[in-house]
Design a binder for this molecule. Structure first.
Ligand SMILES: [Zn+2]
Ligand SMILES: [Zn+2]
Length: 1006
């Protein structure tokens, strides 16, 4: 029996009902194992969600895609792993734990257990783990609420032993290729977190618009090359380089001033008699009214080699370098535009170059062999030997340097400057640049030749990692296509991969063992290898995860000099963690040891993954990059075959979601206000390459325009099906063109079935092409046709409106067939309402245990669809003509004369009848030529008017019935006005009246 539907059906309550049912009754479990025996594999690899906070509505977008294709391939009977992942290690968790505990610095962490650093770190690391467990649990519940079915009991955690040790295996391979090295570089650095921020982590959104004081400063020219003679007397006293910087705290680190050799530079005398060198194009902008005269203009290359005096030459740290590198120190150098391009839009065209305090500066310095002056420590305090500045914080006291510059005549002009400045992606502190020793993976080095002996049979691949990664990236199908260009662009330009993080606690323990005595270092590739090489501390480590502080109890022996060696103190870059998951997380039933290590053949069934999907912004540099890098090193193969990227989710006002802007929606709140089905529909109908505007108004639109339309179609069917006391037979679901029932169908049934046959195929093909949007929009169109044409034109076929039993049966059979199968193809999109429909219609266990419907393709009738298309165009024109004439559709017209650019003679008679009925006309004439019926129907005005009045009255009565809250089968006592009483037989049945009287006015009683 089909349960009837309440008028005020509560959709949110319905979602909670099914959620409970799925988990209480083991439906999810059955779903996960439905295709265990299948030989077809669909391998999806989950990009782990950071288990550090509750999940947001932006996560729900990607998670809807993940679930959509899992459910779709489950319908197609593919075997899957259904594995969700959590990203666990890294600064993001540390920062939150620090906040919770009210810790301000490293020192606080190391004193968590007062006076016991080891116990403090152990406790801190454990708290990080606990936080991950806490939020992974919350995110799991939220994902379930989203209707996402996965193997929730066996999600992977990047902090797991298997994941960490698999990264060791990767690093060991890099080491054997000779790609791991320790470098000293100027790196972006967060003074609060006291750690380097790798190039991968600096996303565009990690910039803040800030106002800093910038300075035009003057460096006095000391000596000149003979060819740059000036016209002024005492030129050495008077001549200055005018240099601009927005980061005054870096001035003590100044080594050189860079110019572009081909630009023109002018020497300009200003009003106080001093003469400044600056780019000719910028003279007006910078000096304005202060210009007295331009003395000369030369090419930048003429300036190269000039020496100058710096403002801090007296400080010991500076003068030491000046002495040691006197020939290179404080010299004008030629820039390399590929490294440090010089702008003629702002500044002076002469660029302050602080080799220790800038990425570009460092690179240029490296190329030119310039020395550097490290000036700050890990917290951005000035180092010792910097006189009055030492131990003061460089970033917090910008005036420190500026005051000095002003007081001592080095400042030409100081002004406020608004710019986008990089901040720490976790704690939002403004970054600095400092010299640090870090570990890197080389991108441009051929593998060590010693590898040759190990791969005897094969030819050694002598390509660099960068070259190989680009080859691998090209083997992947990128959606949208620009993804490949974006990835290649990053691969072309990225530096060596900075894999270490200094001064941190919660992360991969880099398995690098460096001998302090002789400098030799080795990389350990597995837990077993570490055990074998351990000379000390294994007993203390055993039983613990490979994290600080326990891992560091283990010591090995230097292979070169025999010294006892500790692991380097650093933890790993967190993107290593998620990059290895194609190797570490594929396991038998998502449990036990990685198949890559114990059964490579089985692992191959799942590798490369068929599909991944993540939000594009950021992932080119992060997850996609890490996956490709690590898989290239491990197997020289793409880790996934296809990636579907999608944009960023914004508030519906087009701005990023922010609590303080009032446009932010938390997932739980959104789910219970919008409903998850509607939310999911918003995601799937979105064009993934565009950013998505998300909010309650958009949700209402989607609900109104699609979701409720679908529901009302379903409700119409259920209501009348029950009123007509129709019975379901299993044969209702065998709708084929050969079925005897098919012959009873009317033209509307045939048409909507043809449309359905086409739709099911279209949705299947679209989803196979990983195009959810096209599928969703086509479903919307279908439901619209169903509601505004098929049901609209079929209202007279049901219940009291019709006595034609065969036609009724045809209608209910058709609708039943469509709704059951529609609920199946909708189930990956709308898991809740599809379950509601399917279970009520079929009484079976769950729509999510179904297979994809096989619809008879012969039901598709192209000609019929074309004819119906023409008919609907005629109807459209007919209705607007009626509107023009200001005659309600309820009033029948004898004939309608229309002009339209289609050929109605193509339309079969059955459809022409539908046109007449829809337009409520007796005759139609198209383009003065085509007439239907051929033999004109003739009615008197009086008859026509009466017919209209009857219709009008029926409508009035039905409205009244509704107002009175009568059930459809509740019979009424009816009083009809005299003038219409002769038509009582037409009326009584349609309004369910048991008694009819004649009176003055219309009256309805129970
Ligand atoms: Zn930070
Ligand atoms: Zn050694």
């Amino acid at each position: 029996m089909i349960k009837s539907i309440n008028k005020d059906h509560n959709f949110i309550k319905m979602e909670h009902k099914w959620l409970k049912y799925w988990y209480d009754e083991g439906i999810v479990e059955k779903y996960l194992h439905k295709n265990d025996r299948s030989e077809k594999y669909f391998s999806f690899l989950d990009g782990p969600i950071t288990a550090n906070n509750p999940m947001g509505v932006h996560h729900a977008w990607g998670r809807t895609y993940k679930d959509l294709w899992s459910k779709f391939y489950n319908l197609l009977d593919f075997k899957q792993r259904f594995q969700n992942g959590f990203d666990c290690q890294g600064l993001w968790v540390e920062v939150e734990v620090e906040k919770e505990l009210g810790l301000k610095s490293k020192k606080d962490i190391e004193n968590l257990v007062p006076g016991n650093k080891f116990a403090s770190i152990a406790k801190f690391v454990d708290l990080c783990k606990q936080r991950v467990y806490r939020f992974s649990k919350i995110q799991t519940e939220q994902s379930k609420r989203l209707g996402y079915f996965a193997d929730w009991e066996h999600s992977y955690y990047t902090m797991s032993d298997e994941n960490n040790y698999m990264i060791w295996t990767f690093l060991k391979k890099c080491y054997e290729n000779g790609w791991i090295y320790k470098g000293q570089e100027s790196v972006p650095w967060c003074p609060r977190c006291q750690t380097a921020i790798s190039q991968h982590e600096m996303l565009t959104e990690d910039y803040k618009e800030v106002v800093h004081e910038a300075i035009y400063m003057k460096f006095k020219v000391k000596s000149q090359k003979s060819e740059v003679k000036t016209e002024t007397k005492n030129s050495k006293v008077n001549e200055y380089l005018l240099v601009w910087t927005t980061t005054p705290w870096t001035i003590p680190a100044n080594i050189a001033v860079a110019v572009e050799e081909d630009y023109e530079y002018s020497l300009v005398e200003v009003k106080n008699g001093e003469c400044y060198w600056l780019a000719a194009n910028l003279v007006k902008t910078v000096l304005a009214d202060d210009v007295k005269k331009v003395i000369k203009t030369v090419k930048g290359k003429e300036l190269v080699g000039l020496k100058y005096e710096g403002p801090f030459d007296h400080l010991p740290r500076v003068s030491k370098v000046a002495k040691e590198y006197s020939h290179k120190f404080h010299t004008v150098v030629a820039t390399d535009e590929k490294i440090l391009p010089i702008s003629l839009e702002e500044g002076t065209g002469l660029v302050h170059t602080a080799v220790s305090a800038g990425t570009e500066d460092f690179k240029l310095g490296k190329k030119l062999g310039l020395p550097m002056i490290p000036v700050i420590d890990d917290e951005a305090n000035y180092l010792d030997s910097l006189g009055e500045f030492s131990f003061k914080n460089a970033k917090k006291n910008p005036r420190l340097i500026l005051d000095y510059m002003e007081k001592n005549g080095y400042a030409y002009k100081i002004h406020n400057y608004k710019h986008r400045y990089p901040v720490c992606w976790r704690c939002k502190t403004e970054l600095v640049w400092k010299v640090a020793e870090e570990w890197y993976i080389a991108m441009d080095k051929s593998p060590l030749l010693s590898q040759k002996s190990k791969v005897k049979s094969q030819k050694l691949n002598t390509k660099t990692l960068r070259e190989r990664m680009m080859e691998v990236a090209k083997k992947i199908k990128w959606m949208p296509e620009f993804g490949l260009d974006r990835e290649l662009d990053w691969l072309k330009n990225m530096d060596d991969w900075l894999i270490s993080k200094k001064n941190r606690y919660w992360g991969l323990s880099l398995p690098i063992y460096e001998c302090k005595k002789c400098g030799y270092f080795t990389v350990i590739g597995s837990k077993e290898e570490l055990k074998e090489k351990a000379v000390k501390g294994w007993d203390k480590f055993e039983g613990h995860s490979p994290h600080k502080p326990y891992i560091d109890e283990v010591k090995v022996k230097c292979e070169k000099c025999g010294e006892i060696v500790s692991r380097v103190d650093d933890v790993g870059n967190p993107w290593l963690d998620a990059g290895i998951v194609a190797y570490s997380t594929i396991k038998e039933n998502n449990q036990g040891k990685p198949l890559y290590k114990i059964d490579k053949e089985k692992w191959r069934k799942w590798f490369p993954a068929h599909f991944i999907t993540e939000s594009f912004p950021g992932q080119f540099k992060n997850w996609f990059y890490a996956l490709i890098a690590m898989s290239t090193v491990m197997e020289d193969e793409p880790p996934f075959k296809r990636v579907l990227g999608f944009g960023t989710l914004l508030g519906e006002d087009g701005r990023p979601m922010h609590k303080s802007w009032g446009n932010s929606i938390e997932f739980n709140e959104g789910a219970d206000k919008i409903g998850v089905d509607v939310m999911r529909w918003m995601y799937v109908r979105q064009n993934p390459s565009d950013n998505m505007l998300f909010g309650y108004k958009k949700a209402d639109e989607v609900r109104r325009q699609f979701y409720l339309l679908l529901w009302n179609v379903y409700k119409f069917f259920v209501d009348y099906f029950n009123l007509d006391q129709f019975k379901i037979q299993t044969s209702n679901l065998k709708m084929t063109i050969k079925n005897s029932k098919f012959n009873k169908l009317n033209i509307l049934d045939q048409w909507i079935l043809s449309r359905f046959s086409w739709l099911v195929d279209f949705v299947e093909q679209s989803l196979k092409n990983f195009d959810a949007r096209s599928a969703a929009l086509e479903i919307e169109r279908y439901v619209l046709d169903l509601s505004t044409w098929y049901i609209r034109r079929s209202r007279d076929r049901v219940w009291v409106n019709s006595d034609d039993k065969d036609d009724k049966e045809a209608f209910y059979n058709t609708m039943y067939f469509i709704l059951v199968n529609l609920s199946i193809i909708l189930s990956p999109f709308l898991p809740f309402v599809s379950e509601e429909m399917y279970k009520n219609l079929t009484g079976k266990e769950s729509v999510h245990l179904e297979s994809w419907p096989k619809i008879d393709k012969n039901l598709y009738n192209k000609k019929l669809e074309e004819e119906m298309g023409v008919a609907r165009k005629i109807v459209e024109v007919g209705h607007s003509k009626r509107k023009e004439m200001k005659v309600k559709v309820r009033m029948p017209l004898l004939k309608l004369d229309i002009k339209i650019d289609v050929d109605p003679s193509l339309i079969r008679e059955e459809i022409l009848i539908v046109i007449l009925e829809e337009l409520n006309i007796k005759n139609i004439i198209v383009n003065n030529k085509f007439r239907y019926p051929e033999k004109e129907v003739i009615l008197s005005d009086d008859e026509l008017r009466k017919e209209g009045e009857v219709r009008d009255l029926i409508r009035q009565i039905q409205n009244k019935r509704k107002e009175m809250g009568l059930k459809p089968n509740q019979a009424i006592k009816l009083t009809l006005p005299k003038k219409i009483f002769d038509r009582k037989d037409d009326i009584v049945k349609k309004v369910v009246a048991k008694e009819v009287l004649m009176g003055d006015n219309l009256m309805i009683e129970i």
